[in-house]
Design a binder for this molecule. Structure first.
Ligand SMILES: NC(=O)c1ccc[n+]([C@@H]2O[C@H](COP(=O)([O-])OP(=O)(O)OC[C@H]3O[C@@H](n4cnc5c(N)ncnc54)[C@H](OP(=O)(O)O)[C@@H]3O)[C@@H](O)[C@H]2O)c1
Length: 289
C-alpha cells in the first residue's frame, strides 16, 4: 500500500512509519514542515495527499497539550477541528483517511468500558476539539476510519511512563493519582493495528483502539518503575483532588476494544511486555540510563 503519514515525527507517527515500512508498505513520512494543518495551502499543494500517491493517509497530527489547551483554545481548535476540516476537504473523493482520536471525548462517568456508540461529553478544550475533528471526518468523507486511543506511550515523545522514570531518577518522592482509570496503549501495538486496518481495508467507522488492560495511573507507574528497576517499587497513592490540573480529566476512560477485535485486529500485548520493550528502546536511544 502507498501510505502517507502525517505527524510523522510525533510519538505515535514515528512508530507508525517504522511499522508500516517494516511491513513493506511504501510510506511517505510528512512533518509540519511539509504539511501544516493550519495552513490550507500546504495541504492543497502536497502531492503526497493525492489519490495517485496515497491509498491511505494516516493522520497522527494533533494539538496534544491537554492543560495548555484550556489557556489557548483557539490554537487547539485550529489544529484539531479546522485542521481536520482542511485535510478532509483535500481527501474528499480521494485517499482513505485513518484519523486518530482520543478517550478524552468521554466524561468518565461510565461504570463499564465505553463502546463506540456511547454518548460523548468531553470535559475540556482538548477533548472538545478532538471530537469536533471526528465530526468533520465523518461528515466530509464517505469512508473514514477513526481510531480512538488512550494513555499512549512510546519512546519518541513525552509520555507518562517516561515522566515517571525521569522523576524517579531525579530522586523525587512520587505520589500518583489512584482514582483515574484507563487503558495504557503502546505506540507499536497501535501502529500494528493501523497497519492491519490499511491491509484489510477495514470498514469505515469509529473504533476503540487501545490496550486491553485497565488500570489506574498509580498502578501503571508502579508497573513501569518495577520493570525499569527490575525490583518491586511501591509508590504513594493520591486522589485527583490532591493533584489539581488546568484541564479536568475523565475519572474512567476505559474503552472496550472488541469492535476492532471482531474485525480481526487485536495486537495488544500485556502492558508489562509492552513496557519492557519500551524501556529497552529508551535505553538504546540513551533517553534513560
Ligand atoms: N498521547 C496520548 O496519551 C494520546 C492519548 C489519546 C489519543 N492521542 C491521540 O493520538 C494522536 C498522536 O498523539 P501523539 O501523542 O503522538 O502526539 P504528539 O507526540 O504530540 O505528536 C503530534 C504531532 O502533531 C504535529 N503537529 C501539531 N500541530 C501541527 C500542525 N498545525 N500541522 C502539522 N503538524 C502538527 C506535531 O508536530 P511538531 O513536532 O512539529 O510539533 C507532532 O508531530 C493524536 O491524535 C492524539 O490526539 C494521544
Amino acid at each position: 500500500m502507498k501510505v502517507t503519514v502525517l505527524g510523522a515525527n510525533g510519538m505515535l507517527g514515528t512508530d507508525v512509519v517504522k511499522v508500516l515500512e517494516a511491513l513493506g508498505h511504501e510510506v511517505k513520512a510528512l512533518t509540519r514542515k511539509d504539511v501544516d494543518l493550519t495552513k490550507p495551502a500546504t495541504i492543497n499543494d502536497c502531492k503526497w495527499l493525492a489519490k495517485k500517491n496515497a491509498d491511505w493517509v494516516v493522520n497522527c497530527i494533533a494539538y496534544t497539550a491537554v492543560d495548555k489547551a484550556e489557556e489557548e483554545p483557539e490554537i487547539a481548535f485550529d489544529v484539531n477541528e479546522e485542521g481536520v476540516l482542511n485535510l478532509c476537504g483535500k481527501l474528499n473523493g480521494g485517499s482513505r483517511l485513518l484519523h486518530i482520536s482520543t478517550d478524552f471525548v468521554f466524561d468518565g462517568t461510565a461504570t463499564q468500558p465505553y463502546v463506540e456508540t456511547d454518548e460523548t461529553n468531553p470535559l475540556g478544550v482538548y477533548g472538545q476539539s478532538k471530537l469536533a475533528g471526528e465530526h468533520y471526518s465523518e461528515a466530509m468523507l464517505d469512508d473514514p476510519i477513526i481510531f480512538r486511543t488512550s494513555w499512549l506511550f512510546g519512546p519518541s515523545g513525552k509520555s507518562f511512563p517516561l515522566t515517571m522514570i525521569n522523576a524517579h531518577n531525579a530522586g523525587r518522592q512520587l505520589r500518583v493519582v489512584a482514582d483515574q482509570f484507563g487503558c495504557p496503549t503502546y505506540t507499536v501495538d497501535l501502529a500494528t493495528a493501523i497497519a492491519s486496518a490499511v491491509e484489510s481495508n477495514l470498514d469505515s467507522g469509529i473504533y476503540h483502539a487501545c490496550g486491553s488492560e485497565r488500570m489506574s495511573w498509580h498502578e501503571f507507574a508502579e508497573r513501569v518503575l518495577s520493570i525499569y528497576k527490575d525490583e518491586e517499587v511501591r509508590l504513594d497513592k493520591i486522589g485527583t483532588a490532591d493533584y489539581p490540573t488546568q484541564a479536568k480529566r475523565p475519572a474512567y476512560s476505559v474503552m472496550n476494544n472488541s469492535k476492532l477485535a471482531e474485525a480481526g485486529i487485536n495486537p495488544w500485548r500485556p502492558v508489562d511486555s509492552a513496557v519492557e520493550e519500551f524501556v529497552e528502546r529508551l535505553r538504546r536511544i540513551h533517553q534513560v540510563p
